[in-house]
Ligand binder design. Sequence first.
Ligand code: SF4
Ligand code: SF4
Ligand code: SF4
Length: 191
Amino acid sequence: MLVDRINALLPQTQCTKCGYAGCKPYAQALADKQADINRCPPGGDAGIAALARLLELPVIALDESCGRHIPLQVAVIDEQHCIGCTLCIQACPVDAILGANKFMHTVLQSDCTGCDLCVAPCPVDCITMVAVEPARQWTTDDAMLARERYEKRQRRLSAPEKEEEPQPVALVDKQAAIAQALLRARARRQQ
Ligand code: SF4
Ligand code: SF4
Ligand code: SF4
């Protein structure tokens, strides 16, 4: 289907900067001729050129009212100030944040797409976006991995039996419980 071929050209950060709820909705709008091809800042000029080829449209400049095309950034959490509210986990479309309620949170930088959707919900402003070192652009391989992670999250959220507890939270809960058990065991040994 045309929408799938368009979606395959999009960066899959799900950042919503195009004004749509994610890459697939933007792809649908393009397939329906309801949107211009220049609304995706992460895709930049290369993305516009690819869309222009597929849709047989002229190449146009990025619409910078959607955002600028910049080298890849990732989110970094100031763990000293994190209050463990989990709002960033709920905002992250690719489950790149680990943490549990009332525990500090951290970003798995290898999984972060730089979408910056976690920044605004943080009530204590302890998330910043930083450029990756060395500087690099988002690649097609990055997009494939991000799409897999996004679709996995969507499946998890739509599965009723798994709705209550996101996997990363469960994982860190377990790790925290193990760490606390180890601390208790050490304290007992020292008595
Ligand atoms: S990566 Fe591009 S197409 Fe996907 S949500 Fe962001 S702006 Fe929209
Ligand atoms: S950690 Fe933040 S910037 Fe990175 S993918 Fe998740 S929401 Fe986007
Ligand atoms: S939104 Fe901010 S304070 Fe809340 S868990 Fe995430 S980083 Fe910590």
